[in-house]
Design a protein around this ligand. Structure first.
Ligand code: ADP
Length: 492
């Protein structure tokens, strides 16, 4: 690495004058030195200048050395006239050798410098392209571009501006603008006829414009930025298309399941009502009761379905914590089991809830819905006659409630995914209808209550769904606000 590379031209010429002057002073101190040796020492200084401070200053050093040699060491001394014709030849030969040697050495040095600069620039540009292609965030890409450009061109600032709604907006910047007046150079970021923005650099000084090579580098960086922006745009479009396709798929799936799930209970209700209205048949009271029970059950089923759909859209819309009141979980479970009695008729149900279980602050209807969905699944996915157990207890600062069954259990690796919307697991063991919303709704409701819900398989077979509810639930925001408003109104 050449330490004089960062020197200005004036400094380099100054250096060449100083080195010849110092050499002359030193040579004057040594009067016994032969003329040939003096010429060689001058030549040495010229060569050193050529290899360190460049071609121009080395030429000046050659000329000065020639004049110094003539003035101080060639007879008659201290004049530029030359008495001996041999000396004229010696002097001219010295000048020629000095100029040729310095021009050769200077050129070699300039070439080495250029090669080194190109290698550094190439490495920086390569690093930039690597970073750009590895980065996915547009902001991060633009930031790296601004930094690298400022560093590569050694300019005080570099900014990347992009068109946003027809307005040019600065998206990334490196460095602060210099206090003195400066000139900015814009390189357009174009793709075909479309201009995406501008790569703007500030010149080092008013009288130090960017070189052709530097402008070429700016063009090269601009083309990389355009590629990165295009890639980011295409990725964004692909993501949007994927999201749209997914939404379409979900919409299709939802419509399909809703129409199927609505139609089945409606068909049963319609059939039962048609039978009851048929005057040609004299229904005995037991048959009449069966038909009415079927209508009752299927209406519950419809009600549950519509309730689930409404709840899901409420949760999706970012529902707030529901209004809560102190509830006895034992009573709540008994109510749900009682309401679902005909659905649960084919399963022995055991309830194991301690009488002294502390009350919890919950929304009655929502926890009812969670239990209903879990029990509904236990009925749907387990063979008739297998038992269903409901238990509850306290652990640390939460109440836990579980629903266990003796069905096929949860397939390995899916215990988390089944809580996602529209995720269903079907197979020969679980052929029941459904929309894949029941557990997602349970999760949404329990999380609104600041609790947790999860599923696991029982060692003896069957699934266990557990949810927790905090014993000291955080205050209801709406209720607190109402109370504050009331207090404020009272104090006026
Ligand atoms: P759906 O019942 O409409 O499919 P859910 O969200 O309620 O939707 O359930 C998601 C999936 O979890 C179901 O498709 C089913 O495969 C599985 N699952 C739920 N409960 C049980 C259970 N008690 N036993 C076995 N698998 C269950």
């Amino acid at each position: 690495m050449n330490p004089f590379r960062s020197w200005s031209l004036a400094q380099r010429y100054g250096m060449s004058v100083a080195s010849v002057a110092l050499t002359t002073l030193a040579l004057i101190q040594l009067p016994s030195l032969h003329q040939a040796n003096i010429a060689l020492l001058y030549l040495l200084v010229v060569l050193i200048s050529a290899t360190t401070i460049g071609l121009g200053p080395a030429m000046l050093a050659s000329l000065l050395a020639f004049l110094g040699f003539n003035f101080f060491f060639v007879e008659p001394l201290h004049t530029f006239t030359v008495a001996d014709s041999q000396d004229v030849v010696r002097l001219l030969t010295f000048l020629a050798v000095a100029i040729i040697a310095s021009s050769l050495a200077g050129r070699a040095r300039d070439q080495a410098d250029t090669a080194q600069r190109s290698a550094t620039e190439l490495a920086t540009l390569y690093g930039l392209s690597q970073t750009i292609s590895a980065e996915v965030s547009t902001d991060r890409i633009l930031h790296v571009v601004a930094q690298t450009t400022a560093h590569l061109l050694n300019v005080p600032t570099c900014a990347v501006l992009l068109y946003d709604d027809g307005r040019l907006t600065e998206r990334a910047r490196s460095g602060e603008p210099p206090p003195e007046p400066s000139r900015q150079v814009d390189t357009f970021l174009r793709i075909g006829p479309r201009v995406l923005g501008v790569l703007r650099v500030t010149q080092r000084a008013l009288d130090d414009p960017l070189t052709k090579a530097e402008q070429g580098q700016l063009e090269m960086i601009a083309s990389q930025v355009v590629l990165a922006l295009e890639r980011a745009r295409l990725t964004e479009e692909a993501n949007q298309a994927r999201t749209l396709a997914e939404a379409e798929r979900m919409k299709g799936g939802l419509l399909g399941s809703v129409s199927h799930d609505l139609r089945t209970p409606l068909a049963v209700i319609k059939g039962a009502v048609t039978n009851l209205l048929d005057d040609s048949v004299d229904w005995d009271s037991a048959a009449r009761r069966d038909l009415l029970n079927a209508i009752n059950d299927q209406s519950d089923c419809l009600n549950r379905l519509v309730g689930n759909l409404l709840e899901m859209s409420r949760i999706d819309a970012g529902a707030e914590m529901p209004a809560r009141s102190s509830q006895d979980i034992g009573e709540l479970v008994a109510d749900v089991v009682n309401r679902m009695r005909s659905r649960l008729a084919a399963h022995p149900v055991t309830i194991n809830i301690p009488a002294d279980l502390p009350a919890v602050q919950v929304s009655y209807t929502q926890i009812d819905q969670v239990l209903t969905n879990l029990l509904e699944n236990a009925v749907k996915y387990t063979p008739e006659g297998t038992p269903i157990m409901i238990a509850a207890g306290v652990e640390r600062d939460s109440v836990w409630i579980e629903v266990c069954d003796h069905g096929p259990g949860i397939p390995a690796g899916l215990s988390t995914r089944i809580f996602e919307k529209f995720v269903r697991v079907t197979g020969p063991e679980r052929h029941a209808d459904g929309m894949g919303l029941g557990l997602a709704i349970c999760k949404g409701i329990i999380e609104l209550h600041r609790g947790r819900i999860w599923a696991e398989n029982l060692p003896a077979g069957g699934a266990r769904f557990i949810f927790t509810l905090p014993l000291y639930a955080p205050a209801n925001g709406a209720a607190v606000r109402t109370a504050i408003r009331q207090m404020q109104a009272e104090s006026i």
